[in-house]
Write a protein that binds this ligand. Sequence first.
Ligand SMILES: Cc1cc2nc3c(=O)[nH]c(=O)nc-3n(C[C@H](O)[C@H](O)[C@H](O)COP(=O)(O)O)c2cc1C
Length: 328
Amino acid sequence: MNIGPVAVTGHAALAPMAGAADAAFRAMTRRFGAAYTVSEMASARALVYQPTRTSELLIPAPGEAPFAVQIFGSEPEIMAEGARLALAMSGAQVVDINMGCPTPKIVANGDGCALMRDPEKARRIIEAVVKAVPVPVTVKFRLGWDEDDRNAASFARMAQDAGAQAVCVHGRTRAQMYAGKADWDALARVREAVTIPFIANGDVKSAEDAQTLYRKTGCDLVMIGRAALGNPWIFAEVEAKMSGLPAPAAPTAEERLRTARAQIALACERKGEHIAVLEARKHLAWYLKGVRQSAAYRARFAEVKTAAEIDALIEEFLERRPDLDYGA
Ligand SMILES: Cc1cc2nc3c(=O)[nH]c(=O)nc-3n(C[C@H](O)[C@H](O)[C@H](O)COP(=O)(O)O)c2cc1C
């Protein structure tokens, strides 16, 4: 598929995830076949008023392309300026606007999913950003604010009219936050409302799910969030499935931990060891999910303070259990 002139080759994108899908993790997903990646969301206001603090969020991993920077905010002029700055800092191929974030702090400011309740303002924002940057602009949002106000189809049409070159829709309402099930039938109806490329998102947990979501919605790309955490191999599985190839072998415990280690090394380079190691605790727990007999180690990984401690613990785990395969 294409987003404007930007070719996206492959079948699954990594969803933007603030505090989880940083450049180091995204690099691992690219290694295993993620076709498209998006930055963590950055505040347009912060970009305009405190650019140095925000720039780290927006800089892609080496070779990470096609890549989108995602910004949020609700003032058209600040969003336009934020988009220009985000693009200059990142060299991204696409600018994505967040109109789906459900977090109370964000929506209380009129940002994120709050914009779904003010489509006229959303239109002004999209138009301003489209005018401000020379790259394609996309919009990510939800099915609506709540069950009584599922306006994703008209919102998608509005975004298309305002100049968006693709839309990405998460099949939940704001009221659902991350609970309940994503409604893929509703996504199919949103898909029909626009002619621009449509990216479908929500609850893809396996290659089979990705294939079903393609079939159900006629989407151009599937986007995977939580199921990719600690599991970048899901992208290889989706590629194989969509190409009619046999499923690749599941990663062994050793592959999982070596990949986690490579990710943490990259994170240390970018953020410094202190922050990278604190954040590594949750990534290690995700990588160990489903690895047999790892519970005791998970508890120990949750307390690591240095990269050297992580290395030592990984080596200890692998030495004790050289025969371990990934499994229930
Ligand atoms: C920890 C976390 C952080 C997220 N941060 C963002 C974000 O910065 N921007 C955004 O558009 N969506 C964000 N999302 C939403 C995801 O992009 C995605 O729409 C949602 O998780 C549904 O997909 P999934 O079921 O595959 O996880 C976040 C989700 C999670 C779990």
